[in-house]
Design a protein around this ligand. Structure first.
Ligand code: FE2
Length: 260
């Protein structure tokens, strides 16, 4: 069995501290989640960070992120994606220098994991460019006997939240056209929505993840924060293609308490 842990939307600021008045400190919230991971979870086959790792893509934010990972899980395999708040090049430089992968793919036993970039510079909504779709298609074609999990920052379907659905993935049909050619794709993970989400499309589980910082209220018409705790996703991948998953919450500071 392969075990994957997903964290998302860490939103570290240019300097430590809250990124908005009334928000908790993103660095502290992330540290709490990483502490819980290191304490409560056996070492996974991969820790996958699905984007919006910095609020503002200052190099120092990525340095602090990598420092926290190194402190709490120095020997874990780590892979990442850029989100709309990130600078892909700066994040790629920082991750590569630390020995971590951005996007790319890796084979773990009977499974293949593929990270897909959907970030578009200067835009909240996402798009997967043709070269990236082509790479996904080629990787899946080259591994026809492997079960597959893909990860992308933006949600690939509506999550029934009006404001969020406007800034999701703008070309999901292009992605689905690729996935429909590869029947062993079992799940698509994403971040961006700062909430647990579970959907399904033609045998592919569609799985959203909480943020390590603030949570967004499900079903909201306009931007609204939720009082849920930060959290992470656990995935257990069986050799026969079965996938088990759950969200684990980690008590943190709520926005309303942050000023206290
Ligand atoms: Fe995002």
């Amino acid at each position: 069995m392969q075990r994957i842990l997903q964290i998302s939307d860490t939103h570290l600021g240019r300097e430590p501290g809250p990124i908005r008045p009334g928000y908790p400190d993103s660095d502290h919230q992330l540290a709490r989640v990483l502490e819980a991971l290191a304490r409560d979870e056996p070492r996974p086959d991969l820790l996958w960070l699905t984007g919006d790792l910095a609020e503002d893509p200052a190099p120092d934010a990525y340095t602090r992120l990598l420092g926290l990972l190194d402190r709490h899980m120095p020997d874990w395999a780590v892979a990442g994606l850029a989100g709309n708040h990130d600078d892909w090049s700066a994040l790629n430089r920082a991750f590569t220098a630390a020995g971590h992968a951005l996007d790319g793919h890796r084979v773990l036993g009977e499974w293949i994991l593929v990270g897909i970039n959907s970030a578009v510079s200067g835009q909240a909504a996402g798009r997967i460019v043709p070269a990236e779709l082509e790479r996904l298609d080629q990787v899946l074609t080259a591994h026809p006997a492997h079960w597959a999990v893909i990860a992308v920052h933006h949600p690939v379907v509506s999550i029934e939240s009006v404001w969020m659905d406007r800034i999701g993935l703008t070309n999901p049909d292009d992605l689905f056209a690729v996935l429909d050619r590869h029947p062993r794709v079992r799940a698509c993970l994403f971040g961006h929505i700062h909430q647990d989400f579970r959907g399904e499309r033609r045998g592919v589980e569609l799985l959203g993840c909480p943020s390590t910082c603030v949570q967004f209220a499900p079903g909201a018409e306009r931007f609204a924060l939720d009082t849920e705790h930060p959290g992470y996703r656990v995935l257990e991948l069986q050799p026969d293609g079965q996938l088990d998953t759950r969200i684990q919450r980690v008590p943190g500071q709520h926005p309303a308490e942050a000023g206290a």
